[in-house]
Design a binder for this molecule. Structure first.
Ligand code: SAH
Ligand code: AVI
Length: 336
């Protein structure tokens, strides 16, 4: 990597502002009780992040492609209104779609600093390297940390910030978690800042089912990868071949539920917890929820957190929403 590029990429660790459980505590709470569960953030070690990236390319996984199309169409429009000095992105991952917003800065002959915030350091550095190579004016200040630990210590650079939370990741939170997260984002925002939120929508159950059960089995691999994480981090002996991937749409809760299902009666030892887990055939571990919203549920969630919606963008088929919002009390008549 050239010096000019290296000097424009740096990484900082963001410490939680309140105590949050580590993986051992999460596993003790989630795996020793009933129903069994493990938080979805543990999917994203380096392998899991790459697998997620590969899922985005599958024919069945429409959210990435749909959101990207909206960004291709509206990034210029959004940037000409927001005119940020900084872009802060929660759960940035490979940051592929963010490029459209950065390219819009290019077009407006404006520069921004990019602050991607993610638990996966490897992915942050890889995407950061790619971005500074692609945009020779861009500074990338990667933030490594867990956004569930609170945002009060997030660096607050001078100037206007555009906060991004894309991909529908808000759907991986429970309702109270989502509300708390939006409250916390709102609390760090000042006059002139905006939030751009991407969220997946309720749709035909077959389309949803296919998106989480792709024919190439990448979602299954992604789901099963969490067992490798648990084995490595907790000295456990989960056998991947003894569990299978399951993803079903729970219509009442309006969410995809992803499980790992025990294929047989088995016991699994978790060294760090000094516990042995017993599984009967069919016993399940909940690994992720992915909530699907309606336009109304999205708008009321943002309004409850103190946002005013400036623009609600969607494709003709209504598969996905992109909402541009700003803190209440800081608007101007007319919007975009
Ligand atoms: N925004 C990207 C990636 C979505 S995948 C897209 O739209 O394609 C979800 C991302 O959130 C992953 O990169 C994962 O590492 C990150 N993530 C998940 N839980 C997190 C947490 N608690 N704190 C910080 N990042 C988290
Ligand atoms: C990151 N998140 C929005 C994805 C989703 O669709 O809920 C994670 C995922 N799980 C399975 N496939 C993709």
């Amino acid at each position: 990597m050239e010096d000019h590029n290296r000097s424009r990429l740096r990484a900082t660790r963001v410490l939680p502002v309140r105590p949050i459980p580590g993986i051992a505590e999460d596993a003790a709470t989630g795996l020793l009780g009933e129903p069994r569960s493990i938080p979805p953030k543990y999917f994203y070690d380096e392998r899991g992040s790459r697998l997620f990236d590969a899922i985005c390319e599958t024919r069945e996984y429409y959210p990435t492609r749909t959101e990207e199309k909206l960004l291709v169409e509206y990034s210029n429009d959004i940037m000409s209104v927001v005119r940020p000095d900084h872009i802060v992105e929660f759960g940035s991952g490979a940051a592929r779609k963010t490029r459209h917003l950065l390219s819009a800065c290019d077009q407006h002959k404006e520069t921004v600093a990019y602050w991607p915030f993610d638990v996966c350091e490897a992915m942050l550095l890889e995407s950061g390297r790619r971005l500074v190579e692609e945009y020779d004016w861009l500074r990338v200040n990667a933030l490594v940390g867990d956004y569930l630990g609170g945002l009060a210590d997030l660096p607050r650079p001078a100037g206007n910030c555009l906060f991004l939370f894309l991909g529908g990741t808000i759907g991986n939170f429970t309702e109270p978690q989502a509300q708390q997260f939006l409250d916390e984002v709102r609390a760090v925002m000042v006059d002139g800042d905006y939030l751009l939120l991407g969220a997946d929508r309720v749709k035909d159950a077959d389309v949803l089912h296919a998106a989480y059960n792709d024919a190439d089995g990448l979602t299954a691999e992604f789901n099963l990868n969490v067992l490798q994480v648990l084995n490595r981090e907790l000295d456990a002996d989960f056998e991947e071949t003894c569990f299978e991937h399951s993803a079903v749409f729970n219509n009442e809760a309006s969410q995809i539920e992803m499980y790992l299902v025990s294929r047989q009666r088995q016991s699994v030892h978790v060294g760090v917890l000094d516990e042995t887990l017993q599984f009967a055939e069919g016993d399940k571990i909940l690994t992720e929820i992915s909530r699907k919203f309606t336009p109304v549920s999205l708008e009321s969630m943002l309004e409850a957190a103190g946002f005013r919606i400036e623009r609600h963008l969607e494709p003709n088929n209504g598969y996905f929403s992109l909402l541009l919002a700003r803190p209440v009390g800081q608007g101007f008549p007319g919007g975009l």
